[in-house]
Ligand binder design. Structure first.
Ligand code: NAD
Length: 421
């Protein structure tokens, strides 16, 4: 799925603006503000790859390591034609905040390669991935920087990276170098569902705060992909009624409810939600403005904007997608007393189970799915309550509260460790 940033918006400038706002709220020391405004290291690598036609093509890749005050850098690797160094830098800063909010002992990192995986063969992708792993091998490591999947990468690429790294660094298997692996090579149970499951826990806690009974809630989901499908299924298990869902081709709606398991089967068979029996079709724009209790944007960035924010009727917006709400829209939603559970909190279940995977790898001791889910619940619930408390304490929206909480935690670690050399 394309996650390209809106060309007009430089994501690193957005990230810096968010940091400025948080710094102002907490009266952050100027020097420490400067430290956080700069990634510690950004590596650019050239990746020569032999293509299937025999020609050599050189790709460009990046790895940005933003901050490791609280633990090793952590963050995904993205394959996309529109990857830029500023996007990777911004994403690495957001990972620092996301890990701090989840209170897991990681800092923030991110990687990316400028390429179009849709136009490459499996062989070309494998050679590119192994070349990238080789090129960044000296700055990543099980105790220094642990990558993961992101846009257009998954278990397959993670396994290639693990294999390459293991061969290069001692020639023994080191699953703890990367997360998001297939189960057969050290992946964790519950990882596929983790983002949706974590999101459902944040929704449950938000409903409690707003004194809304989950059984009386209705839900609309934009983007019925990995995150959206599991989020739908899990809020349904909590008692909610899903009334609308969509994908890139449009959406379906039934005010009396849609059975999520059946819709998933339909989507698997026809590759789209459209045409699902008992529903009428709606556009993605209409879905966002539906009369419902909970809106879950789980597709692309910049979906809720100054233009449509005033028409949003949901009481809770839970962001499965990264960056679905623009800053102007955020202000409108806050004014209209809509509780936004921001991406860094709502989709933090993914990185939390990545952390569990790493713990299991380090000890070669594997947990049951129940154990993973219970720990995830405990962790995500605490993260939600911490952000909510910060939101009340500072009188700011949940997104600003998330950054404030994260910056405070990272700064505390920097101060305690001190500056050396
Ligand atoms: P995915 O590719 O599995 O699903 C995306 C879905 O969005 C697809 O069904 C696609 O058809 C739909 N879509 C595309 N364009 C659309 C449009 N214009 N309107 C409505 N729907 C559209 O991707 P995913 O893994 O579910 O990721 C979705 C979002 O969640 C991304 O922003 C991603 O960064 C974020 N996220 C995902 C995870 C995860 O673990 N999967 C973790 C953190 C964040």
């Amino acid at each position: 799925m394309s996650e390209s940033q809106n060309a007009a918006i430089n994501p690193f400038e957005t990230a810096l603006k968010q940091l400025d706002e948080a710094a102002k709220l907490i009266n952050l020391d100027k020097g420490l503000h400067e430290v956080l405004a700069h990634p510690k290291r950004v590596l650019t690598v050239s990746l020569p790859v032999k293509m299937d036609n025999g020609e050599i093509k050189v790709f460009t890749g990046y790895r940005s390591q933003h901050n490791d005050a609280r633990g090793p850098y952590k963050g995904g690797i993205r394959y996309h034609p529109q990857v830029t160094i500023d996007e990777v830098k911004a994403l690495s800063m957001w990972m620092t905040w996301k890990c701090a909010i989840a209170d897991i002992p990681y800092g923030g990192g991110k990687g990316g390669i400028i390429c179009n995986p849709k136009e490459m063969s499996v062989g070309e992708l494998e050679r590119l991935t192994r070349r990238y792993a080789y090129a960044i091998a000296d700055i990543i490591g099980p105790r220094t920087d642990i990558p993961a999947p992101d846009v257009y990468t998954g278990g397959r690429e993670m396994a290639w990276i693990m294999d390459t790294y293991s061969a290069l660094k001692g020639n023994y298997v080191q699953p703890e170098i990367i997360t998001g692996k297939p189960l057969a090579v050290g992946g964790s149970l519950g990882r596929n569902e983790a983002t949706g499951r974590g999101l459902s826990f944040t929704v449950r806690e938000a409903a409690k705060k707003l004194k809304v009974n989950m059984k009386n809630t209705t839900v609309a989901v934009q983007g019925f992909g990995n995150a959206g499908q599991f989020a739908s299924q899990l809020v349904e298990e909590l008692g909610a009624t899903v009334i609308a869902a969509s994908d890139s081709q449009g959406g379906v709606y039934n005010k009396n409810g849609i059975n999520v398991a059946s819709l998933r089967k339909h989507k698997e068979k026809t590759r789209a939600v459209g045409g699902f029996s008992g529903t009428k079709s709606i556009t993605n724009e209409e879905l966002l403005e539906l009369d419902c209790t909970i809106l879950i944007p789980a597709a692309l960035e910049n979906q809720i904007t100054a233009k449509n924010a005033g028409n949003i009727k949901a009481k809770i917006v839970a962001e499965a997608a990264n960056g679905p709400t623009t800053p102007e829209a955020d202000d409108v939603l806050y004014k209209n007393k809509i509780l936004v559970i921001p991406d860094v909190l709502a989709n933090g279940g993914g990185v939390t189970v990545s952390y569990f995977e790493w713990l299991q790898n380090l000890r070669r001791d594997y947990w049951t799915e129940d154990e993973v889910n219970q720990r995830l619940d405990k962790n995500v619930t605490k993260a939600f309550l911490d952000v909510y408390e910060t939101h009340e304490k500072y009188g700011v929206n949940m997104r600003k509260a998330s950054t404030v909480l994260a910056v405070n935690r990272v700064v505390e670690a920097i101060k305690i460790r001190g500056l050396w050399p």
